[in-house]
Write a protein that binds this ligand. Structure first.
Ligand SMILES: [Zn+2]
Ligand SMILES: [Zn+2]
Ligand SMILES: [Zn+2]
Length: 90
């Protein structure tokens, strides 16, 4: 994705991945609730944001080394890179 202000991780995202389901796949397993959803741009998994009690998206990023998420919320169009703490709109 060639976006202004994008770090190399975001530039390396070939094509935007969208959430296949409107739920956090890890919260569903444990019966937890979430606030907002994010989609991993490496594997396409959708997990909950840092305002959610379990913060599965950032935990997944740390555990897997997948750097970039997108917002999976309707109307939000941005990508975020964890290692660079870099957010860009698209
Ligand atoms: Zn980056
Ligand atoms: Zn979750
Ligand atoms: Zn991932």
């Amino acid at each position: 994705m060639n976006l202004e202000g994008a770090c190399t991780h975001i530039q390396d995202v070939p094509k935007l991945k969208h959430a296949s389901r409107r739920e956090c796949e890890d919260c569903v397993k444990i019966g937890a609730e979430w606030v907002h959803l994010r989609t991993c741009q490496s594997c396409g998994g959708t997990r909950c944001c840092d305002s959610s009690p379990n913060r599965h998206a950032s935990r997944h990023a740390k555990a897997s080394g997948h750097p970039v998420i997108s917002s999976a919320e309707p109307g939000e169009r941005w990508l975020y890179c964890f290692p660079d703490d870099n957010a860009v709109e698209y």
